[in-house]
Design a protein around this ligand. Structure first.
Ligand SMILES: [Zn+2]
Length: 200
């Protein structure tokens, strides 16, 4: 289980998952936010008896023989730290399965996207989970160009903030990247054998 950052829309559902399922491995940043939800999270993950990993760039977590998760952000261990910009503490991870890779970006802003472009020579990924529900605060052109995914997946429902932002959609279209939106398609499933992938 991965908690990218402890905002309500990312944390709330995981509390139910923890109650209902037995989780063996939990990856989060340990970042502090003063909410009852996060207190419950801390209590539940302690009770779960799971292996708890504090995410930090440079970690490689083997998921199976040919699949691993590479943590590329946050750049340092944030355990016990508080911040006003909780979105910018989101875990960014690349999942690699032989030739095929997926980039998960949480809710990072353009500022962090630019830092990633500066720090990593190769961000090229096949499938991108677009940052922050397609909001205008994310998906700058430099980042889209560096990642140059085949498809961009936007996880978003009905909301009052206007996500996904029209300009963001145009940024992806400019690079001929196919956009898939959960609000229109429901669950988006990508299946891969490590050489090719298929979406349905
Ligand atoms: Zn979010």
């Amino acid at each position: 289980m991965i908690l990218t950052h402890p905002d309500h829309d990312h944390l709330f559902g995981l509390l139910e998952v923890l109650k209902r399922y037995e989780i063996r491995n939990i990856l989060w940043t340990g970042v502090i936010k003063n909410t009852a939800e996060l207190e419950e999270w801390k209590k539940l993950i302690e009770q779960e008896g799971a292996n708890i990993i504090i995410a930090e760039a440079g970690q490689r977590i083997d998921l199976s023989e040919n699949i691993y998760l590479s943590i590329i952000y946050p750049f340092e261990n944030l355990e016990g730290q508080g911040t006003k910009y909780i979105n910018d503490t989101s875990i960014v991870a690349e999942m690699v399965f032989n030739d095929i890779s997926f980039l998960f970006t949480g809710d990072i802003s353009k500022k962090i996207e630019k830092q990633l472009v500066d720090k990593y020579i190769d961000l090229d990924t096949d499938i991108l989970k677009v940052a922050h529900h397609g909001s205008k605060t994310s998906s700058c052109l430099e980042f889209i160009e560096a990642v140059s995914p085949d498809i961009a997946v936007i996880s978003v429902g009905e909301n009052r903030w206007g996500h996904p932002n029209q300009e963001v959609l145009e940024n992806f279209q400019q690079f001929n990247i196919e956009i898939l939106i959960t609000r229109e398609l429901g669950d988006i499933k990508v299946i891969s054998d490590g050489n090719n992938w298929k979406q349905f």
